[in-house]
Structures are given as C-alpha cells and as structure tokens.
Design a protein around this ligand. Sequence first.
Ligand code: MG
Length: 159
Amino acid sequence: MRTGLGFDSHRLVEGRKLILGGTEIPFEKGLLGHSDADVLAHAVTDALLGACALGDIGSHFPDSDPAYKDADSMVLLKKTGDTVKENGFTVGNIDATIIIERPKLSPYIRKMRENIANALGIDADHVSVKAKTNEGMGDIGAGNAAAAICSVLVLKDGK
Ligand code: MG
C-alpha cells in the first residue's frame, strides 16, 4: 500500500475553455497552459506517478513537446493509468480538492468523478472530488488562478 500526492495550478484567463476533470464548464475564463490545462487531471496524474515513484507529469508529457499542445489531459491520465498497471499497481482510491473562487462546481462534480474513474478503469465510488474557494485571498481569490491537490492510494499485488 503506497500513497501519492499531486499538486497543480494554472492561471485563469479570458479566451480559454474551463476544463476540470475532463468536464467543460461554462465560464468567462479558462485555464492557461500548453495542454488543455486541466488542473484537476494534472494533480491526479502527478499523485498516481508519485505513489508509484515513476517521476512526474513533466517527465512523461513534457510541455516542450508539440505533441502535447492543447492535449486532452484525460488522455494523458488514461495513459498514466496504463503505466501504473504495467508497473504492477492498482488504484485504491483518489481524493482531490479543487481551489477556485468561481464558478460554483457542485453541478459538475459527479461528472468529473465519473470521467476520472473511467480513465482509470475504477469505480466512481473510489474517486472523490471536492471544491472550495480561497476565501478571496491571493491570485486564486482574485479569480486569476486555480489549483488542485490530490491524494491517492495504490496497491501492489493487492497489498
Ligand atoms: Mg498543469
């Protein structure tokens, strides 16, 4: 039994789609990045890689590689899930928190959980996604950025 921790943050800017956990959310801003900048998917990906001591998202999917320009981060998450399995691990559970001032994410949480579960071939009951504001503090509080943190548990040979 091993745990992993992932963190990510991106700027929120006009003229970009807001995609969290593979779910497009109607909003006047979106996350800026080389890929689709899905901050939740990136935190989950890093947590999985960390639990298995397999490096980090940047080493597997470098943002200097044109192949990952505007990449669908859920595809990258699925590839990471395959890598996790190839190394003999299975995913126990995932618990993630998104920190964003607006919009309210509660209508989209179920879909995010299902998307992550589907990408990894696990049950949505083993995936938790929570959302909170930053209470008006800093760049996140000003609506200019968002972050996500994720904890995962993986098992090797069922233990
Ligand atoms: Mg990122």
